[in-house]
Design a protein around this ligand. Structure first.
Ligand SMILES: [Zn+2]
Length: 113
C-alpha cells in the first residue's frame, strides 16, 4: 500500500494507472471505477479482470468435463444396444440349432418308419 501512495497509483489491487495518466474518481481510476460500478470488464491488469479471466477458464473446464460425461453416456448407451443385439443373435442361433435338431429328429423318425 505504501508503494501505491508514493506512486500516486489507482488504489484498486493490480491496477497500475497513475493520476497524471487519466481520469480518476478520488483514488480510483475511471476504468476501474467503471468496471466496479457497471460489471463490464475491459482489458486491465486489476484483480477484477483477473477474476473474470479465472472465471472464463473455470467455465471452459466445466464445458469440457460436461462434453466428456456426455460422450461417456453415449458410449455406454451404444454398448447397451450392442449387448442387446448380441443377445438377440445368440437367441436366434439357439432357436435355429433347436429347429435343426428337431429336423434331424424328424428325418430319423421318417427313416425308421
Ligand atoms: Zn485503476
Amino acid at each position: 500500500m505504501k508503494k501505491k501512495e508514493i506512486n500516486n497509483q489507482c488504489i484498486v489491487e493490480g491496477c497500475v494507472n497513475e493520476k497524471h495518466q487519466g481520469g480518476f474518481m478520488g483514488d480510483i481510476c475511471v476504468p476501474c471505477y467503471n468496471m466496479i460500478t457497471t460489471g463490464k470488464i475491459g482489458n486491465s491488469t486489476n484483480f477484477v479482470a483477473k477474476l473474470k479471466e479465472q472465471n472464463e477458464l473455470l467455465k471452459s473446464l466445466l464445458r469440457n468435463a460436461t462434453i466428456k460425461i456426455e460422450s461417456r453416456k453415449a458410449a455406454e448407451a451404444a454398448d447397451e444396444v450392442l449387448t442387446e443385439f448380441l443377445y438377440d443373435v445368440d437367441m436366434l442361433r439357439v432357436t435355429s440349432n433347436l429347429a435343426k435338431n428337431l429336423g434331424i429328429y424328424e428325418d430319423e423318425i421318417y427313416r425308421e418308419s
